[in-house]
Design a protein around this ligand. Sequence first.
Ligand SMILES: Nc1ncnc2c1ncn2[C@@H]1O[C@H](COP(=O)(O)OP(=O)(O)OP(=O)(O)O)[C@@H](O)[C@H]1O
Ligand SMILES: [Mg+2]
Length: 427
Amino acid sequence: MSTSAGTLTPSRKRSKWDQEDENEEAQPPLSIKPSKRRVKARTRSPEPSQPDASTSAGQALPSPFRSSHSVYVPPRTRHPSILPSRSVYSYERLNQIEEGSYGVVFRARDKQNGDIVALKKLKLDEEKNGFPITALREINALMSCRHENVVGIREVVVGDTLTQVFVVMDFIEHDLKSLLTLMPSPFLQSEIKTLMLQLLSAVNHCHANWILHRDLKTSNLLMNNRGTIKVADFGLARRYGDPVGVGGMTQLVVTLWYRAPEILLGATTYSTAVDMWSVGCIFAELLLKEPLFQAQNEIELLSMIFKLLGPPTNNSWPDYSSLPLAKSLSLPSPQPPQFRQKFHYLTTAGIDLMMSLLTYDPERRITAEEALRHPYFTESPLPKHPDLFGSFPSAAAGEKKRKVFDSPSAPARVADYKLLTEFDETS
Ligand SMILES: Nc1ncnc2c1ncn2[C@@H]1O[C@H](COP(=O)(O)OP(=O)(O)OP(=O)(O)O)[C@@H](O)[C@H]1O
Ligand SMILES: [Mg+2]
C-alpha cells in the first residue's frame, strides 16, 4: 500500500544494498581478504582423549563412551547448530516493488542460483526495545503456515547494521488489488470460485495452525501468472488460543474496510471469525471489482454495514448489546438485508455464502472449513482450472508502471513499541 494513504513513514536509514542508484554495483560491507597465515593441520592424537576432570558425568562413563560433551546435551549432529543469517549482498537488487506501511519490498536475484525473489525490508529504525515483536510474529507465522496458497518464506538476511533485516520470499507477479484495478473486465464467476477456494484453503490452514492473519485484504493477496493466489503480509498475525493478557487483544487490527463489526464495536477478545469477515469483503470485491465498504472512518463503516445487512437485532446478534461501544450507537430503524440488490448476478448459493461470511454474530459466522464445502463451489459454472487463467503484465516486475492507490493503511502496530515481555498484553 502506498504511503499516500496517510500514514507517517518513519525515517529510514538505507543500506548500500537498497540505495536507489541502479548503476552502483552493490559491494559487501566487508571484503574478506584471503589469510596469509598458513593454518597448520591439526594432528589427531591416536590416544583416546582424556575425560574433562571437571565433568563428573564424563568420569563416570566407561572409557569407550567418554566424550567432551555433557551427557545431558545430545551431540550436535542430531541438533544442527544455529546458523548465522546470510547477508543481503547474497542478492542483487533489481527494483523496488512497493513501500508499504511496515516494510519496503524489493525484487531481487539470488546470486547463487539466479532465482528471482522478493525481499521485504522490515522497518526497524525507530525501535528502542530491541527486535520488534511484530517482526518476529511475521516471520514465525510465515514459517508455521507453509502452504501452497501462502507466500513461501525462504530465509531472513541482514544488511550492514542490526536495523537492516530482510525477509526473503518467493517473488509473485501481482497483488490482487493492483490486478483488479488494471484488469479491463472483472474476473469470471468460474475464476472467482477458484480464487475463493484457494483463499479459503490458505485461511483454513492458518486457522488450523492457530494463526490469525488479522489483515486480509486484496493488496495482501498475491497472484502469480499461473492462476494461484498466495496470502502474504503476516505483519499483524498472532497465535490464537494462547491466554490473553489483562488488556485483552488489540482492536488496532485489520485495515478499516475489511474490519469485522465486533472489532469496530470494541470487542477485546475475538478469533478466527475476524478473518472470515475479511474474506467476505474480498469475495464482494472480486465480484464488484471495487472494495465493498469504502468508508472514511469507523462510524461511516458501521452505517454502511447496517445498510447492507440491516441493523443487528437480539436475534441476529445476541451479544451485540454487551459490546463496549454498542451503547454509544443509536441503531437505524430495522430494514431487510440488501444483498440481492447489491450482487445482481450472484446465484442463490453465492448470496448464501456471502451472507454466511458477512454474518454479524461471530459465533455463527461460517468457518473456512465449512465455507470450502459450500454448494456455491459445486454448482455451475464450476471453478476454472488455474492453468486456464490468463496472464497479465507484472507491474511488480516493472512490466507496467505501478499505480498509487488511495485506500486505507493497515492499522498502526502499537505492539511494535512494547517490550517483548509484554507479549500478551493488548496483542
Ligand atoms: N513476495 C512478494 N512478491 C511480489 N510482491 C510482493 C511480495 N510481497 C509483497 N509484495 C508487494 O509489496 C506490497 C507490500 O507488501 P506487504 O503487504 O508485505 O508490506 P506492508 O508494509 O506490510 O504493507 P501494508 O501497507 O499492507 O501494511 C504488496 O501489496 C505487494 O504488492
Ligand atoms: Mg500489506
